[in-house]
Design a protein around this ligand. Sequence first.
Ligand code: COA
Length: 180
Amino acid sequence: MGEYHAYYANASRVLGAKGLIAKINGRVAGSTIFYRIEGPLSLGVIYYVAVYPEFQGNSIGKVLVLSAEEVLGDVDVYLATIEKENVVSQRLFSSLGYILVDMNSLYLRDSSLTKALKMAACAYEDDVAALKSVKVDVNSTINMLKIKDMIRVIKKVWKKGCYKPWLRLLSSRDPYKSLE
Ligand SMILES: CC(C)(COP(=O)(O)OP(=O)(O)OC[C@H]1O[C@@H](n2cnc3c(N)ncnc32)[C@H](O)[C@@H]1OP(=O)(O)O)[C@@H](O)C(=O)NCCC(=O)NCCS
């Protein structure tokens, strides 16, 4: 994980984010970070998953995502966001039953939904949303994401875990140390 992503991963602690590490023979092979957003809809955000190159292709990514889902517990929907170029990550999530939504096309049809998805996962650089509905179907999930109260909750989470850290990053001389 680069410094920039590490900074935001660290910042997500204010949202109660949790992490899991996968170890193979005592060596760290990969990790994941995730948090819950509670509103009219209960959202489990898989914020980050990464496997060291030498361990990739051995289902560790799958195990990490499934374990994150388990620890996240009883939610309505899981959400992850991915860059368009990151085909492996898109395959990882679709192999686990996630539906992939192209947020660039979605923006043209429904900009407020796209903003809600990006804000929930603090993911401005990502183009694809991966959604897995647990209790309701994807269409109901999408409709519930747009309820005013849900948008309000997501905005609050975004301010705390994304916007404020970004402001701190802009104003700090040594930004990556400011959260230590
Ligand atoms: C994305 C990442 C976490 C996947 O981890 P991994 O342990 O290699 O993935 P897995 O072995 O569990 O494979 C899961 C699925 O991904 C796909 N996949 C894995 N390696 C692949 C490769 N080299 N090429 C194409 N697809 C691949 C497969 O569809 C696989 O499912 P299948 O085994 O049922 O076919 C890993 O590549 C990584 O750390 N990438 C860099 C960080 C990153 O991009 N994180 C995601 C940000 S959202």
